[in-house]
Write a protein that binds this ligand. Sequence first.
Ligand code: GLU
Length: 469
Amino acid sequence: MTVVTRFAPSPTGYLHVGGARTALYSWLYAKSQGGKFVLRIEDTDIERSTQEAIDAILEGMQWLGLDWDDGPYYQTKRFDRYKELVQVLLEQGKAYKCFMSSEELDAIREGQMARGEKPRYPGTWRDRTDHPEGQPYAVRFKNPQEGKVVINDHIRGKIEIANSELDDLVILRSDGTPTYNFCVVIDDWDMGITHVVRGEDHINNTPRQINILEALGAPIPEYAHVSMILGDDGKKLSKRHGAVSVMQYRDEGYLPKALLNYLVRMGWSHGDQEIFSIDEMIEYFSLDNIGQSASAFNTDKLIWLNQHYIKTLPASEVAEHAKWHFDQQDIDLTNGPALEDVIKVQADRVKTLKELAEVSRYFYEEYEEFDADAAKKHLRPVAEQPLLAVKAKLAAITDWNPETIHQAINAAAEELEVGMGKVGMPLRVAATGSGNSPSLDITLNLLKPEQIEQRIDKALKYIANRQAS
Ligand code: GLU
């Protein structure tokens, strides 16, 4: 049997990290079994579904690299198919027309609630044949009244629901539109889904869906209901806690591999291993190792993983994702060193790609002003001689490389009989505009000698102005 899983988001907003984790689990399971992963857009709620949200979901999936083998399918394009099967169930006596008006239904519900009962449709039209002519009707599924539904959930174990708990679900509304649970059932069947991995918020739908699948003579998939993601305060993760949309993580400078690694470990484990390449995730993943309890989002851990991947992935791969951030910050990458080279020298120093762009601007453009604190501390009159000396030594270099740069700085310090720091710090502030940079030899090596010269002059001017004022 080929394993077929699916991710079936409703396009009513962004791609939430909780949804992304569900998608990842589904994707991993398909990959680990040599199966197929289907993407299905559940857009039957026409009021709340938007094209923008569809685009956001596709963009999020693509950014994460969760590629689908089949789809995207759109439920709104499959209405004929759903209606066809409503008809089949009606003909087979497994569904029936219900002529109850919504006022009548509301009155029944109110009565039930007043008596402290669970609101449910009482089966009024289940066996009636006195159908009024020309009256609107909904179609309800004839849920079995006896017995129980047993689900062997991969995460939650055995779940049993008595059929007496379930009422007859509307599958086609009186306006002719099929209902959500029915569409899901038909889709899972038509798309050959063997394993349904989804959020635990759908667990109440499962017994109803299984009953409909059985009535249709369709195979019953296996189920894995994934727990929720909580914020650090133990409440369901929401905007209040910060970023919840996958693309917000991109915007904040996370690598997709870091987010995937973070998400896979949130609720799933393989011994005490924390870092997983995609291939390892695929190799080790199993639905049965997903934990039952809700997991809390821990941004520090995500940052730790992000740093790990910035440091260890090939610079070319980091560069592909980093480019976007330079672009966002209007930094023209054609104006300086190869981004990969900058990544190699900055990787140890940054937590995110956004920060990488922020602290690398001086490689690509002139800084406007010196960092105030750094300038105050290091561009003082005593720095004038060291700057002049190092400028001369740097200007004399014929072969510009980290080694010759290092020697030039050393030579300047020796000439003035001062420590390296007395030359290095003013030079750093001059070259980068700030007091923070990777080691000077590699930083300067990525800049052009003329640039350094100009920047040293700028620092000297700053010192002169400071003395004058
Ligand atoms: N469309 C549902 C959601 O976004 C998922 C339904 C399912 O996976 O069966 O929550």
